[in-house]
Design a protein around this ligand. Structure first.
Ligand SMILES: Cc1ncc(COP(=O)(O)O)c(C=O)c1O
Length: 374
């Protein structure tokens, strides 16, 4: 088998085509169309939230969510060191101070004990980001945040459909953010959403998404705030409505893919895997990550290169925020250390894990990886 196996192939079902065609047929192609409202309603119901604001991507969702809090300049926002740069960017762009928390080596998520230690009088929000398929251990963070009036933004981009102790992730944050990029559990090609139970945050996020146009009919172009055009189009939302109809199948198949990799790759000499099941969750496998052991005879980069020679595409893990060249230039996290995140970043990579992968392709990846690492 020599055909290239990309790191992600999305899966589009019949309903998506039907709905997108309906949007085209009816000429509703901008963000004004009915699928946007339908997708917002159905997706927020799924996540046990009252309101949804569909946006252009998950990065935009984070930017808007943070701005909607209206925090004083310089307030501290706790974020994971190990995640996509969107989180830190959103905090910085809003003139707030990002405070990093390292991850643990078992779940690869931000540590809850570390998070609590980083709380100061200036802490106004915590961005909880669930990583790769397992949730952050939320219990204590939520308890303390409530007591201290700290706002929780729950970045649920990577774990749509995952449950923490039988409750859906995305239902815990005061505001929860999502991404619908092509490699996410549900995709609109590009897209995102903010879900919340708060009418106040909902109204503000809706306004910021759409250039904060005035609500007054005649005074429309007299804007209330410095917003963005971060709208989602009706075509994208039509795709999302179709995807959402298959969410149960998607979650089942994602777990099947992850479990297939896990059963063949667990307990191997040179690698470590993210936990399959922990006391509070069952991995939903956004991506299937491999962490190369410290004493491994073969390096991460060599494994990735050898897989690519077999036409198997992989991706390295995130680079922690304290190691980003742009933040070094800005002297942002100068003395901050996040040893676990740094270890993950140097030694981690993920395998093709998209919904479009076949069982035969998974077997091919496993066979070649085992040959390379043993
Ligand atoms: C945890 C997390 N948050 C936010 C984003 C940003 O989403 P988008 O690519 O839609 O901007 C990503 C992207 O992968 C992510 O993994």
């Amino acid at each position: 088998m020599n055909k290239f196996i990309p790191v992600n192939i999305p899966k589009i079902f019949k309903n998506e085509k039907r709905f997108v065609n309906q949007a085209l047929r009816t000429n509703w192609i901008s963000s004004e169309g009915p699928f946007v409202k339908k997708f917002e309603k159905n997706f927020s119901i799924y996540n046990k939230k009252k309101f949804g604001v569909a946006v252009s991507n998950g990065t935009a969702a984070l930017e808007i969510a943070i701005k909607s809090l209206n925090l004083k300049k310089g307030s501290e926002v706790i974020i994971p060191a190990f995640s996509i740069i969107s989180t830190a960017n959103a905090v910085i762009k809003n003139k707030l101070k990002p405070i990093l928390v390292d991850c643990d080596l078992e779940t690869w998520n931000m540590r809850s004990d570390e998070t609590l230690k980083k709380i100061t009088k200036k802490t106004k929000a915590i961005i909880i980001t669930h990583i790769y398929g397992l949730p952050v251990d939320l219990k204590k963070i939520l308890q303390i945040a409530k007591k201290k009036n700290i706002i929780i933004i729950e970045d649920t981009a990577e774990v749509i459909g995952l449950k923490y102790k039988n409750k859906i992730c995305g239902s815990f944050g005061d505001l929860s953010t999502f991404s619908f990029y092509a490699n996410k559990h549900i995709t609109t090609g590009e897209g995102g959403m903010i879900c919340t139970n708060s009418k106040k945050y909902y109204e503000k996020c809706k306004s910021l998404r759409n250039l904060s146009f005035s609500k007054s009919f005649y005074d429309r172009f007299n804007h209330d705030d410095i917003g963005w055009n971060y709208r989602m189009s009706n075509l994208q939302a039509a795709l999302g409505c179709g995807q959402l109809k298959n969410i149960n199948w998607i979650i089942k198949r994602k777990r099947e893919i992850g479990n297939k990799y896990y059963s063949k790759l667990k307990n191997k000499d040179n690698i470590i895997l993210q936990k399959n099941i922990i006391s509070y969750a069952k991995n939903i496998y956004w991506v299937f990550g491999i962490l190369v052991k410290k004493n491994s005879k073969i390096s991460r980069n060599k494994i990735m290169k050898k897989l690519l020679k077999k036409n198997i595409e992989t991706r390295p893990f995130f680079l922690p925020m304290n190691k980003q060249k742009i933040f070094k230039k800005m002297k942002l996290f100068n003395r901050i250390k996040a040893p676990n995140s740094e270890y993950l970043s140097k030694n981690g990579f993920y395998l093709p894990s998209g919904l479009g992968i076949t069982n035969k392709q998974i077997d091919f990846v496993i066979k070649n990886l085992l040959k390379i690492i043993s």
